[in-house]
Design a binder for this molecule. Structure first.
Ligand code: CA
Length: 324
């Protein structure tokens, strides 16, 4: 009997050992190879990126909502920089919603652009006296700040646009300087607005226009690659990213479909698209990547972006590995 038990035990042991070893190998994935999210020390959302000289500067809102709080709690923006898209250096907080005396909070989506050695930061905040969201501008001599209010008032207030009858349609600015030097501001929620900016980057130059895009929700981002202009944006809700293309920044824009699917565990999906050192990148946020993440505790991620020969963009593949 004893021998039988021993033989059985040996058989069981021999039978199980290869399986145990295989499972053990399967779970031995080095977490250091998971480069997404790229910001791991705090929750960040609404990324924008600026390529300046030999670095990429990443700007984002700081998601400060505690775990039992189910809306945005955002009081400041943050900046990180990288020379290789893998290692990200943290910098001191360069700008807070409270730096705009006319605003009463909500450090929502933003973008920084450089012109003539100055850095202009277009931001969404809640206006203190004109009900609704508004767009302000901060300026600095350095891409990492500190930044200060450039105007002492809002550039865009909710009452300046009537294309959508909501108080939060004037959000999510994206700014672009065309090859002829003309600057443009695009922004919006529900309705997509755009206007020219004067050379000083601080005043509108002409009337506010409106663009019709299928299922436009928010988060427009303008970029150019080779001969094409691209207007990508958050599509439907929960949000995917879709895009349109044009040979002119003034349109007409041709809708090209979905670029990025729903981002994990986040009802928003906010993109920045850049070329850096010969590679294109898609920068976004999700709510999936670090403990207690979600729609109000987001994390910024980066994956590579590829174009087809006809200029259309290939669907983004969101990965845990990120940029290796
Ligand atoms: Ca409005």
């Amino acid at each position: 009997m004893k021998n039988t038990i021993t033989s059985l035990s040996l058989l069981v042991l021999l039978a199980c050992f290869p399986v145990v070893q295989a499972q053990s190998n399967k779970t031995q994935i080095d977490p250091k190879k998971f480069n997404n999210p790229i910001i791991k020390d705090q929750y960040t959302g609404d990324p924008a990126a600026l390529v300046y000289k030999d670095k990429v500067y990443l700007y984002a809102g700081h998601d400060e909502a505690p775990n039992d709080f189910n809306f945005y709690k955002m009081n400041e923006w943050v900046v990180y920089s990288s020379s290789d898209m893998k290692k990200w250096e943290s910098h001191p907080v360069p700008l807070k919603a409270s730096d705009f005396a006319w605003a009463k909070g909500d450090a929502w989506a933003s973008q920084v652009i450089e012109r003539n050695g100055k850095f202009y930061w277009y931001v969404t905040v809640e206006h203190g006296s004109v009900p609704g969201k508004a767009i302000g501008i901060a300026v600095s001599d350095s891409p990492t700040g500190p930044f200060k209010d450039a105007l002492g008032k809002a550039l865009i207030t909710n009452d300046m646009t009537k294309f959508a009858n909501i108080s939060w349609d004037d959000i999510d600015p994206t700014v672009y300087i065309d090859t002829d030097g003309q600057a443009y501001l695009f922004w919006g929620n529900t309705a997509c607005h755009y206007a020219k900016l004067k050379d000083n980057m601080l005043e509108l130059d002409g009337a506010i226009q409106h663009i019709d895009l299928p299922h436009f929700t928010e988060a427009p981002w303008i970029h150019k690659h080779k001969d094409w202009y691209y207007l990508s944006y958050a599509y439907e809700f929960p949000e995917k990213i879709a895009y349109a293309m044009s040979k002119s920044i003034n349109g007409p824009w041709e809708f090209k479909g979905i670029l990025n699917e729903l981002a994990g565990n986040s009802n928003t999906n906010h993109q920045a698209i850049i070329d850096f050192k010969g590679q294109s990148y898609f920068i976004y946020h999700n709510g999936a990547s670090i403990p207690n993440g979600g729609s109000f505790r987001r994390s910024v991620c980066v994956d590579k972006l590829y174009y087809n020969k006809d200029g259309t963009m290939k669907r983004v593949v969101m990965t845990s590995e990120g940029i290796q």
